[in-house]
Write a protein that binds this ligand. Structure first.
Ligand SMILES: Cc1ncc(COP(=O)(O)O)c(C=O)c1O
Length: 428
């Protein structure tokens, strides 16, 4: 069972002790308006924390390396447009996405900064890549030729980044000779411009850095071979969050940082090395409350049966929203600053919590799924550790039905929900 942990320094409210009046925790100004008409299940995304993390990372890597903020997968569930803009305002020079579709979304939102597409596009996407001025990763001839054709048809040059595989065995050319030959081939395609050359680390979050250093050496060999052959490799980049945090000397011309932007780090080795603030909190509210006698089964499959009378709260969030079903009977969320164990199986749209003994518990009370409530917190790392997975996956689970609300100085400046994409339009 993952229990929420105390937060150093307490929180916005204090939990009620025995015999004391119960308290709830104040919602950020603007929340009620943002949730109006929506199911009260939301993720709070703190854009000041994004700016803080961007500044901390930029200080750490130094002035000679640019920050490419990785906002793929809807900014790891946070919202790509909103987080992308916040990163650029805070000094990131580039954004990186996985697919052309994600790049197009950013362009349609009016973002004009350079955007790298890190996965291979399908050749049928070449026209969209060119039209939206996306910088496309290449390492195969079919895509390079499709991009060249699409660019020439428009009378422009498309920017490409050459991917080098130094040890992940996922994408890229391996030997310096192949890299040089491919880069020379690109020179023969007038619709293309080699804007950058990069690699990706396989094991950078490990404490043992020898493989990361080996990958870096291999990358430098490719770079030297290209330069000797008279090919300009363009912008050189290799570091992800773990590399940027642990080995800032490998930052080259740019670092591609994702998780760090969101205030988290991939491995135990990186925890506490940089002053980062978690950006997202995930919350819901009690919609239904009842007292049940001992011997009452709760949820599908009757995997939990109350051992004695219990107060059971139903909250409107389930596995279709990203609550992993493996959390059934294994996690406690927070209600009025107290742990409220999740009873029985996670349903598709709802979960049941044990709120017995929580003074003053009432319909409408906030339940924290991830984040902080008063003196306690449950982090994405805690949830990942409990399930034996990685923090990245926990963030990406937060589903489309969950309303995103964006905060500046503790106030909601924008929201995005399944009903209205700008329920509360703000300066973003
Ligand atoms: C090619 C590439 N670069 C950079 C990143 C960012 O990694 P991180 O979130 O660990 O910073 C990723 C994420 O998976 C990636 O696939």
């Amino acid at each position: 069972m993952a229990e929420p942990r105390p937060v150093a320094g307490g929180g916005r409210g204090e939990p009620a002790g025995p015999g004391e009046a119960a308290c709830t925790f104040p919602a950020p100004p603007g929340l009620e308006a943002a949730l109006e008409g929506h199911r009260p299940t939301w993720a709070e995304v703190d854009l000041d924390a994004v700016a803080h993390n961007v500044a901390a990372i930029r200080r750490h890597i130094g002035p000679h390396s640019a920050l490419m903020a990785v906002v793929k997968a809807d900014a790891y569930g946070h919202g790509a447009v909103e987080v992308g803009r916040a990163c650029l305002e805070a000094g990131a020079k580039w954004l990186a996405v996985a697919t052309p579709e994600e790049g197009v979304e950013l362009r349609r939102a009016g973002i004009s900064a350079p955007i790298l597409v890190m996965c291979l596009a399908h050749p049928s996407q070449a026209a969209a890549v060119v039209e939206h001025r996306l910088s496309q990763t290449v390492c195969n001839w079919e895509l390079a030729q499709a991009l060249d054709g699409a660019a020439r048809a428009r009378g422009v040059q498309a920017a490409v980044h050459l991917k080098i595989d130094t040890g992940l065995t996922r994408l890229g050319l391996v030997s310096p000779r192949d890299a040089v030959e491919f880069a020379r081939g690109l020179q023969g395609l007038p619709g293309l411009r080699l804007e950058g050359t990069y690699t990706h680390m396989a094991d950078a979050d490990a404490e043992d850095k020898s493989f990361t250093r080996l990958q870096f050496e291999r990358f430098m060999e490719v770079r030297s071979a290209m330069v000797q052959a008279g090919v300009d490799p363009g912008l050189l980049h290799a570091a992800n969050t773990a590399t940027a945090v642990d080995l800032p000397e490998l930052s080259l011309d740019a670092v591609r940082v994702g998780l760090g932007i969101y205030g988290l780090v991939p491995g135990r080795a990186q925890r506490g090395r940089l002053d980062l603030r978690p950006v997202m909190a995930w919350k819901t509210r009690i919609l239904f409350l009842r007292e049940v006698p001992g011997g009452t089964p709760v949820s599908y499959g009757r995997t939990y049966v109350t051992p004695a009378p219990r107060v059971v709260a139903t909250v409107p969030v389930g596995y279709a929203d990203g609550i992993n079903r493996l959390l059934s009977n294994r996690v406690s969320w927070l209600v009025r600053g107290k742990p409220a164990p999740l009873l029985g199986r996670v349903c598709m749209d709802q979960c049941m919590l044990d709120v017995t003994g929580i003074p003053g518990v009432a319909v409408g009370d906030e339940a924290v799924i991830m984040g902080r409530q008063g003196p306690s917190q449950l982090t994405a790392d805690d949830i990942a550790d409990l399930l034996g997975t990685i923090t990245y996956e926990v963030l990406c689970w937060v589903g489309r039905r969950v309303v995103r609300v964006y905060l500046r100085k503790g106030c909601i400046v924008k929201s995005r929900g399944p009903l209205s994409h700008a329920a509360c339009p703000g300066p973003l």
